[in-house]
Write a protein that binds this ligand. Structure first.
Ligand SMILES: *Cc1c(COP(=O)(O)O)cnc(C)c1O
Length: 393
């Protein structure tokens, strides 16, 4: 059974289709016309909503990257239902041998990152299927992928004999340290390692020199031109968010001018009640806030269950009528209480903006994440999948 749907007074996410398309266009112009732009849809499309973002990403991007086999199959189901042309889809996450077979059947590519591909070979042969795979090379992240030492020890050599069922379509790697710095010396060592391992694969398994290569996520695609190769795998920035302040600074230096990235997501919540609390009233669990004067508060039916971080208690504000309204006391599971004394003139129902623009003010995902001592990647991916989402132009 899925989670029962929230009521009509719940918070909701608005997703801007035009912002998304503009972000894809920004990457097309930055990466150059000959390079393909791929969209990363993992983490419920960075919390924006997989099913809402898929039609937009499918229409605008050249390739789709997902983390689970289920997401890959969902793309094929979407295409079948829409009679849409097939996009290249790559499952970059872990897959079992049985899942490799299932993906091969659906024409979804998957990653070979270690010796476990062995187990899929007889299953594919038995079914007469060929899987398109991308070899993941660990060039310095220490996560999935063949290390240089593993390649030298022959960990990928079996691919040569499995050519009938495993078609090596691409080779990829992932950076460890592009968004945390403004100089890319560590990334350069990863690029070198990538080139050397690619050569080694040419020698050991006869990998053609023309095999597709891809390495860059958002930050590298923006600030490290040699990393762009054949296709860039852009996640966070297609949703209109800069990977980091360092990336933004570097982009200004590397590109001369900053590409405009437009946040796709706006998060709003209608009030449950607006009322006056007399001076001296306590607000919220733990009585951590006490009203110094008569205070008009709005109770918003949204809380940490929906993804509003509890660590932002005592720091955050929301926007009402373009004005900042502090969150009073603790963020609760299903409620926020905000001070709207000066933002409204009566106790009529109102709508608060938790993320996004309202008039001249805006609250970015970076800002809310900062209040909660985390990063915007985590903040957005934790937005509750149950929160209603709507695509707007
Ligand atoms: C998450 C991820 C990306 C996208 O990263 P962003 O920083 O969000 O652009 C690309 N490639 C791999 C392998 C990833 O795991």
């Amino acid at each position: 059974m899925s989670v029962p749907s929230p009521g009509s007074l719940s918070s909701r996410l608005e997703l801007s289709a035009s912002a998304f398309r503009a972000n894809v266009a920004a990457f097309r112009s930055t990466a150059g016309a000959t390079r393909r732009v791929g969209a990363v849809l993992k983490g419920n499309a960075y919390g924006h909503g997989f099913s809402e973002m898929l039609p937009l990403a499918h229409a605008a991007a050249d390739a789709l990257y997902v983390i689970t086999p289920g997401e890959g199959l969902a793309v094929r189901a979407f295409e079948a239902q829409q009679s849409a042309a097939r996009r290249d889809v790559l499952v970059i996450g872990a897959t079992s041998a049985a899942e490799v077979v299932e993906l091969a059947e659906a024409g979804v590519d998957c990653v070979v990152a270690d010796g476990s591909y062995d187990a899929a070979v007889p299953l594919l042969r038995a079914r007469g299927l060929e899987a398109s795979v991308h070899l993941h090379l660990d060039t310095g992240l220490g996560r999935e992928g063949f290390t240089r030492q593993q390649l030298e020890a022959g960990a990928a050599d079996g691919l040569a004999a499995a050519r009938d069922v495993l078609n090596v379509k691409g080779v990829l790697s992932h950076f460890a340290n592009t968004e945390d710095v403004t100089e890319q010396s560590y990334a350069s060592t990863q690029l070198d390692a990538f080139a050397r391992s690619f050569e080694l694969l040419q020698q050991r398994i006869g990998l053609p020199a023309t095999t597709q290569r891809h390495f860059a996520a958002s930050a590298a695609a923006l600030v490290l031109p040699p990393s762009r190769f054949d296709v860039v795998r852009v996640g966070i920035s297609l949703y209109g968010l800069w990977p980091s302040t360092e990336t933004r600074l570097s982009a200004k230096v590397v590109l001369g001018e900053l590409p405009a990235l437009h946040p796709v997501l706006t998060w709003r919540c209608p009030s449950q009640v607006v009322k006056w609390l007399p001076a001296g009233s306590y607000v919220g669990y733990g009585c951590t806030w006490r009203c110094g004067s008569d205070t008009r508060v709005a109770v918003l039916p949204v809380g940490y269950w929906d993804g509003y971080p509890r660590l932002a208690s005592g720091k955050a504000h929301v926007l009402v009528n373009g004005k900042r309204c502090p969150v009073l006391g603790r963020v609760m599971m299903n409620h926020l209480i905000v001070d709207v004394t000066h933002a409204v003139t009566n106790e009529a129902p109102l709508v608060a903006t938790l993320l996004g623009r309202d008039g001249d003010e805006s609250i970015s995902a970076e800002t809310l994440a900062g209040w909660a001592q985390t990063i915007h990647y985590e903040l957005v991916t934790r937005l509750g999948a149950h929160v209603p989402r709507r695509v707007v132009e």
